[in-house]
Write a protein that binds this ligand. Structure first.
Ligand SMILES: [Zn+2]
Length: 268
């Protein structure tokens, strides 16, 4: 299979490529129909497409056989970036995060730490082995940059629990901002690692954007794909990384996190 990467940020490119793999589905007759009817081309309800029940799965198959990879971004706050380049991205491992939690908060009573872990028990199993990524890094830093500010969501939740037990004491969450470096990893995910349901969501978003372009009726929604990978992503899929300087901060005033570290030993 030829190496082709779907980069969601480069809309002009993926819209232009549609004719190479889906020209027979999204043909001139279809365009004329949409230009005439001008429906609202939603991504979560594709009934605006004629024969959508057959067309959408067929389009999804073509998309998945055309692209070998999807470019995606992973926000994190690693203490050791090199390990990503050596071992790849590893799915959520609760026991490792719990061990780090105990180290970072070793000054807190062990029974309090255990209580925080116990209360979040289900969460550590439901997220097991998963990795979250998104198709647009700029949007990520605006909408959910907290992974780059605080690191692991699970670790943040554990620290938040601890803060609740100690209501008048320290807000333990801020301690997570003193370790590691805010980082965005650029990853080319092999399309085969993306679950069928998420491939279908991307296909629907592409059809929606294409439809809005054809009808000229823009819905004003700025969608971007989210990928939840179940399992590890090999190191050779990591194409680059950078350290964002400004990240929107939903947890703390004034709402903009400014990072002072924008270089690391692994920066090219
Ligand atoms: Zn770096």
């Amino acid at each position: 299979m030829k190496h082709r990467t779907l980069d969601w940020r480069n809309r002009r490119s993926w819209l232009g490529s549609l004719r190479f793999y889906a020209g027979d589905l999204l043909d001139p007759a279809m365009r004329r129909h949409l230009e005439r009817k001008r429906p609202k081309c939603w991504s979560d309800d594709l009934s605006w497409l004629p024969d959508h029940e057959e067309l959408v799965p067929a389009f999804c198959d073509k998309l998945a056989s055309y692209y070998s990879h999807a470019k995606a971004f992973h926000g994190c706050r690693p203490e050791n970036i090199r390990s990503y380049y050596e071992h790849g991205l590893q799915g959520h491992q609760a026991d490792r995060i719990q061990a780090r939690f105990r180290e970072l908060f070793s000054d807190v009573a062990p029974d309090q730490l255990q209580k925080a872990i116990d209360e979040l028990g289900n969460r550590s199993t439901s997220e097991k082995g998963k990795i979250w990524l998104t198709g647009d890094d700029r949007k990520m830093l605006d909408d959910f940059g907290h992974y780059s500010i605080n690191g692991s969501e699970y670790l943040l939740s554990l620290a938040a629990r601890l803060t609740r037990f100690d209501r008048y004491g320290e807000d333990y969450r801020w301690r997570l901002r003193e370790i590691g470096v805010p980082t965005v990893l650029e990853v080319d995910i092999p399309f085969a690692l993306i679950r069928p349901g998420q491939q279908a969501e991307v296909a629907n978003m592409i059809l929606s954007v294409w439809g809005q372009n054809v009808t000229g009726k823009h819905l004003g929604m700025d969608l971007s794909p989210c990928y939840v990978i179940h399992g590890d992503i090999p190191a050779d899929c990591i194409k680059d990384h950078y350290h964002p300087e400004r990240i929107r901060d939903v947890h703390r005033e004034p709402g903009m996190y400014v990072s002072t570290v924008t270089q690391c030993e692994m920066c090219a």
